[in-house]
Design a protein around this ligand. Structure first.
Ligand SMILES: [Zn+2]
Ligand SMILES: [Zn+2]
Length: 170
């Protein structure tokens, strides 16, 4: 991951994105530049998959199956395995965040450092709430720095049982 062109995220949440002097790493042109940098092309499939995230309401996380379903009417030729491969690649590049939520399969969201957050998730119904914590991010950033790692993301997933599910257990 050391060849990523992404500016490393920092524990300072007030830092303006313009400090890095780069365009937002999540725009289509920026992704194209990053792909080119790695000898990859921005294909219509990759662009379509990224666009799903740009139109997604805040706080929503999609599985590969859901992304595939969203794309299907406009892009029937994109297979589920292409979606799997593409989101995996984008997560490795730091463009998407891969989330291991309660149900054991992976969800994805765009990795925007301006809205860096963590997740509180119900292990029964998978209701997921986003929350901010600069202290959790600081711990992660310090650990990465100590070992000389370039921080791409730092996410805390809190596994819990929501109030509704607590009532149904009793
Ligand atoms: Zn989220
Ligand atoms: Zn629940």
């Amino acid at each position: 991951m050391t060849d990523s062109i992404h500016p490393p995220i920092t524990a300072d949440e007030n830092q303006s994105p313009s400090v890095s002097g780069k365009v937002s790493p999540y725009s289509i042109p920026a992704l194209r530049a990053e792909l080119n940098d790695k000898g990859l092309r921005m294909t219509p499939q990759r662009e379509a998959i990224l666009n799903v995230f740009h139109t997604l309401p805040k706080g929503e996380h999609l599985s590969a199956e859901e992304i595939h379903h969203n794309l299907h009417s406009e892009h029937p030729s994109i297979s589920l395995s292409t979606v799997y491969r593409t989101v995996k690649m984008m997560a490795q590049m730091g463009v998407l965040r891969e989330l291991e939520l309660a149900e054991g399969h992976k969800h994805y969201e765009i990795n925007l450092r301006e809205s860096h957050h963590h997740h509180l998730t119900c292990v029964r119904c998978t209701k997921t709430i986003e929350f901010k914590s600069s202290s959790a991010l600081k711990v992660g950033a310090a650990a990465a720095e100590k070992e000389g790692f370039l921080l791409l993301d730092c996410q805390l997933v809190v596994h819990a049982i929501c109030p509704t599910c607590q009532r149904s257990i009793l």
